[in-house]
Design a protein around this ligand. Structure first.
Ligand SMILES: C[S@@+](CC[C@H](N)C(=O)[O-])C[C@H]1O[C@@H](n2cnc3c(N)ncnc32)[C@H](O)[C@@H]1O
Length: 348
């Protein structure tokens, strides 16, 4: 526990949140940037994630750090959309907004709204610029109604002068865990969930498509505010819209059939690896191999680090494992991301 507390102190020390450009943000954002921050394919994914997770019929939405596009799909029918950002021209160009507020949340993290006034708070491709994340996440927790959703979406592009130093030092996978820690530190949210979409082909009309670099990755970390009354409708997990996953809410038997047929992970849809069971005199599995998800950005594996800590198993996570003989799906504990990879064998 002590070492975790020490690591936390290291993460949250002041130098982590310094930026190359320490002048007030309103100066950098004085010029309107009416540009798309991600390629078209990634933007479709962002809309899909937002559209899947908003299940309220008439939600009240805050777009925190808003610009000219809130990425809210037309199938969502909000009662109210408020945009809070730094550039008036960008906010005016945003057709989804009913109300526009200019406020620097790094200078003034207290949000100008009463408690429980929103169902949804969105923060898209901007979390890496927040210098006081613990205050901001607590504020979001205050203004959300219990059961309301805070959805943080990001990619791997940023304005270098304004990004926090810590962000530059972390891998993309570590950034997911950092944002999850922002949620946890506030104490106001349920355990966060993850969504990852990466390695997709860039649209052919994209200006970088000739360079053969993949589409911009889309990462999401999201959680509901604690305290909702139960029972209540569960938000569906977003799937990558371009890889058909198991039908949402599939019964267990159907899910087993899907995994058996596709040999893909039901949590991230990545191909499962055939994994030879090391010889041991103590266990009898009825098979000499499993299919295991070795994707380090699989939401199941990412969430596993936090679930295991909560259960007192520090430094462990688990991977999705499928037994092709019994069709049993379970969790394989792993002490670090490289563990047990030596038993991966090529597919037959
Ligand atoms: C990369 S853009 C993302 C805009 C929008 N969320 C989107 O998805 O396209 C970052 C936005 O955050 C806003 N922003 C940056 N720093 C801010 C701050 N300190 N307080 C409030 N808004 C800020 C800027 O106005 C800018 O429009």
């Amino acid at each position: 526990m002590n070492s975790i507390a020490t690591e936390r102190n290291l993460i949250y020390e002041a130098s982590s949140f310094r930026r190359d450009d320490e002048t007030p943000d309103r100066i950098f954002y004085r010029k309107a940037r009416l540009v798309e921050h991600l390629d078209k394919r990634a933007l479709r994914t962002v809309e899909h994630v937002i559209g899947t997770l908003i299940i309220e019929p008439r939600p009240r939405i805050l777009d925190l750090m808003a610009s000219w596009d809130s990425h809210i799909p037309d199938l969502v029918n909000p009662e109210l959309v408020v945009g809070l950002g730094l550039n008036g021209e960008e906010l005016l160009a945003n057709p989804k907004l009913d109300l526009r507020i200019i406020q620097d949340i790094n200078e003034h993290p207290v949000l100008p709204f009463p408690e429980a006034s929103f169902d949804i708070v969105l923060n898209t491709v901007s979390v890496d610029y927040i210098t006081r994340p613990l205050e901001v996440f607590s504020e979001v927790g205050r203004i959300l109604r219990p059961g309301g959703l805070f959805l943080v979406i990001f990619s791997n592009r940023y304005f270098p002068p304004k990004v926090i130093d810590l962000w530059k030092r972390l891998s993309e996978q570590e950034r997911l865990l950092l944002v999850a820690d922002y949620f946890s530190q506030s104490g106001l949210f349920e355990e966060p969930s993850f969504f990852v979409s990466k390695g997709k082909r860039r649209p052919s009309d994209d200006k970088y498509s000739h360079l053969n670099i993949p589409s911009d990755p889309v990462y999401a970390v999201y959680a509901e505010k604690k305290g909702a009354s139960s029972p209540r409708a569960k938000r569906p997990e977003p799937f990558d819209p371009e890889i058909p996953g198991p039908p949402p809410g599939s019964p267990l038997n159907q899910l087993r059939g899907w995994v058996m047929e596709k040999k893909r992970c039901p949590y991230c849809q990545e191909r499962l690896k055939k994994w030879l069971i090391p010889l041991t005199p103590f266990t009898e599995w009825n098979t000499d191999h499993f299919y295991v998800c070795f994707n380090d950005e699989c939401p199941y594996f990412l969430r596993g680090w936090m679930t295991m800590v909560r259960q007192g198993n520090f430094g462990f996570s688990y991977r999705f494992r499928f037994n092709p003989e019994t069709c049993c799906m379970d969790a394989m504990p792993v002490p670090h991301p490289n563990a047990y990879r030596e038993s991966i064998v090529e597919e037959d």
